[in-house]
Design a binder for this molecule. Structure first.
Ligand SMILES: Cc1cc2nc3c(=O)[nH]c(=O)nc-3n(C[C@H](O)[C@H](O)[C@H](O)COP(=O)(O)OP(=O)(O)OC[C@H]3O[C@@H](n4cnc5c(N)ncnc54)[C@H](O)[C@@H]3O)c2cc1C
Length: 356
């Protein structure tokens, strides 16, 4: 079995957990893409109400937190606050906190004074995710993808010779990098170059960080600020259809502006701090849900795992287990109605329904 990528790390873990062999390819090395920031927040998306997409985020969040508990060395902080952004948010948060979407005790509404004490500055009423995590992605990737073959996959083709394994990974010169029973393409935006017809779009994001004594806990407020080992990371910009990953002074300025909207005192403390940063590309889909399943229209054995937007570290572990189960014909942990929401063929299915 063979792979490309770094969400590929979650796929490799899931495949090995089912007793099969996994080989990971990455053309630029482990964590070269969006997964390479110094820290990442693991928290569910809340804009999905209480229906299936919200259930998907809740189940994926639970699974990610459970698996990450085995890697305590990568956990920088626990718990995160979500501040309201829209006027309707406090009511919505209270409804979600009172629902059975999350484990009892996983969510709590905090008064402005409770939230303010947590953040070290005035704060609004906030929703606390008690189980949220701030993790170091490079440690996660090192644990789940200890060996990565440093090679770009140029094409994936179904083998035709009798007796050969089903799929071949080819390099740019047409040489065979590997053969495999199944391939999971988890190459971020480049997944669309390896599998035709995937509805992927790019959203460039730059995060900023700096050293800081006593950084506050993690909070999201449209933007977000999360502790690093020795400071704070904040951001991020969102620039649709921009595929460049250069570091921009202007984007640091925009991140400070966003920070000032949520945590003005922290923004003031950082106004003259020397900022470091990193820009990379999030992958989005037309319905803002990932692609996790069989590659549409391809012969059996070719799978795709991408489209994680801004929530890869929450969604990937569970969805990788789903795809690994499909690849190995094992039972999926994802209930069928949720699997339909991430099925890469859903767009074609919906278009066919509209046309009939
Ligand atoms: C600024 C910013 C902040 C973010 N913060 C968070 C956060 O706090 N929490 C969170 O959950 N998510 C966050 N995200 C989103 C998260 O980073 C992504 O959802 C996640 O990294 C996607 O992982 P991936 O493996 O699909 O893609 P990537 O990490 O981009 O990996 C794709 C890999 O494929 C490789 N590749 C590409 N083409 C080929 C090829 N032909 N052959 C071989 N290898 C190939 C690349 O080299 C790359 O390493 C953030 C994103 C950005 C941009």
């Amino acid at each position: 079995m063979a792979w490309t990528s770094s969400c590929g790390a979650a796929a490799a873990r899931a495949v090995r957990a089912l007793g099969a062999e996994a080989v990971i390819f990455d053309g630029e090395g482990r964590g070269a893409g969006a997964s390479g920031n110094p820290v990442a927040l693991v928290a569910p998306r809340l804009d999905a109400g209480l229906a299936e997409p919200a259930q998907l985020f809740a189940q994926a969040f639970r699974r990610a937190v459970a698996l990450y508990a085995d890697l305590p060395q990568m956990i920088v902080a626990r718990g995160a606050l979500q501040f309201p952004v829209q006027p309707a948010d406090p009511g919505r948060f209270a409804k979600i906190a009172a629902s059975d979407l999350f484990e009892p005790g996983a969510l709590a509404m905090l008064s402005p004074s409770q939230a303010g004490r947590r953040m070290g500055e005035a704060a609004p009423e906030a929703l606390a995710f008690n189980d949220a995590l701030v993790i170091e992605p490079h440690r996660l990737l090192a644990a789940w993808a200890p060996e990565v073959r440093d090679a770009a996959v140029d094409a994936i083709e179904a083998a035709t010779e009798p007796g050969s394994e089903r799929w071949r990974l080819l390099d740019a010169a047409g040489g065979v990098l590997a053969t495999a029973d199944a391939v999971i393409v988890a190459a971020g935006l480049a997944s669309g170059e390896l599998i035709a017809g995937l509805p992927l779009s790019a959203v460039r994001g730059q995060a900023s960080w700096t050293a800081l004594a006593d950084p506050p806990g993690a909070a999201a407020f449209g933007g977000y600020a999360i502790p690093t080992r020795d400071g704070v990371l904040f951001g991020s910009t969102n620039d649709r259809d921009d595929t460049e990953s250069d570091l921009r002074a202007e984007d640091h300025r925009r991140n400070l502006e966003t920070l000032a909207l949520g945590l003005p005192r922290l923004a003031e403390r950082l106004a003259d701090a020397p900022l470091e940063g990193r820009a990379s590309i999030r992958v989005s889909t037309p319905d803002y849900l990932p692609l996790a399943g069989a590659a549409p229209g391809a012969p059996a054995g070719l799978f795709v795992l991408t489209g994680f937007g801004a929530r890869g570290f929450t969604l990937a572990p569970l969805l990788a287990e789903h795809v690994a189960a499909l690849a190995l014909q094992a039972p999926s942990p994802l209930p069928a109605p949720l699997a339909a929401f991430v099925d890469p063929a859903r767009f074609a299915r919906r278009a066919a329904r509209r046309g009939s």
